[in-house]
Write a protein that binds this ligand. Sequence first.
Ligand code: NAD
Length: 508
Amino acid sequence: MEAVLDQFAIRAHNNGGFDGIAHQLTKGQEISSFSPVDARLIAKVTTATQADYQAIIQKAADAFLIWRTWPAPKRGDIIRQFAEALRAQKQMLGKLVSYEMGKSLVEGAGEVQEMIDICDFAVGLSRQLHGLTMHSERPSHRMYEQWHPLGVVGIITAFNFPVAVWSWNAMIALVAGNVTVWKPSEKTPLAAQACLQILSTVFKVNQVPAGVCNLVQGSGEIGQMMAADPAISLVSATGSTRMGMSVGQTVAARLGKCLLELGGNNAIIITQNANLDLALTGAVFGAVGTAGQRCTTTRRLIIHEAVYEQFVEKLKKAYEQLVIGNPLDPKVHVGPLIDQQAVLQYEAALVAIENQGGQILSKAGKLSGDGFESGCYVRPCIAAANSDLAIMQQETFAPILYVIKYKTLQEAIQIQNGVPQGLSSAIMTDNLKEAEQFLSVLGSDCGIANVNIGTSGAEIGGAFGGEKQTGGGRESGSDAWKAYMRRQTSTINYGDDLPLAQGIDFHL
Ligand code: NAD
């Protein structure tokens, strides 16, 4: 770990000055980053004051005037080089992500792999930012559309994917010709510094103008400044629904654009026709991976009554085998929660479950003693619930898995859709009709609907996001790039007359 911290923390301490990047010496308060793994203080960074923020936005706006003129494939080539730099530093950066956020080593490295994947996607995209041509209704006219960059794209990210979510947004935004200003979570500032440190080496070699990629450290207040700032053309915000409500309303008040990626409350339906072994792996990984702190974490299992008892027994046995502890140890399945505040929320949810008539089926609670000194470790827990359990409507960002019994598929889909969030969903079945019904218009109302895989762990090739209180945004693959560009429709007259549209006759 020391080599990793040496690599990234020293420069973070004097707070930046990255080549080619307008992360300037900020003058705000210091925030400390403690690892939830062992409570060690791993870095201190200085937040941006309002004046620092203004200076960075100005620098970004100036850089946009240059960056937008660079051909998109040239921008793509710089992203290709960034992917190469990430490949070289994958283990180092992955380890830092694990240590600062608390996810397992493989998940930390997996997050960096996701960064590399989105870079590769963005490189290809840099030659495919194309629009349509349309047939004009007027003679000697041509009509087509093209896509231009928006300007400054603000990126606000959550603690649980401290590096990947930035890259999903930034790599696409950059090849599209935008410049970016990133406000990472105040709970994972060092991972953000590390990303820009790696990026700055690539920018320097390519003489990218300062201000193309920017970092502003700070709390939600900086995020609020971004939401209110007309200089930011698109605010892409990932985090809780509470944060998204605030950002969405502030951006709407200035008629700006925003892309919201908010909380989930994801369910797997396990039918009587499911392969139960496969369902078990999908459910357990989905529920306890990243200690239940993924937006796509499986929070509810809706199980057919014919297999309910059998499946819950399997689940309980699997939970007994889970190894909880230091996520840097490859034998560990479940690491810590991000901080003690998250532990309090987990404990409050356990109390609410019992008060509201749910039943806790596995060992549950905070862990203490050797190896758990940070106070952030909890036992993943299973709770039996009726579909009307009030606490189940909320996203508790911890490893609590509700199991609910159902009789008909229609009822299961109703329970699955009967929450305010709409991110990820899955059905486990070998029955084609059940699978197709789940995917049909009568089925899942989520942005992601899977068959025979769990709810968590999306690939970058698809558009990622969800409906209802998940915010409606889509980012990453497919045609999500369109959110980062403005569409312009152009009609060109190459004739000598001026025929008007809709057959309007107008003569002087
Ligand atoms: P959070 O909402 O507390 O914070 C997220 C980010 O928003 C942070 O950078 C924070 O400083 C900033 N912020 C907070 N209040 C703000 C405000 N009023 N205006 C502007 N910015 C503000 O979330 P968190 O605890 O860091 O992350 C967990 C949440 O994120 C969960 O709800 C999870 O489901 C969600 N999440 C969603 C996705 C997705 O793609 N849908 C991905 C990851 C996490």
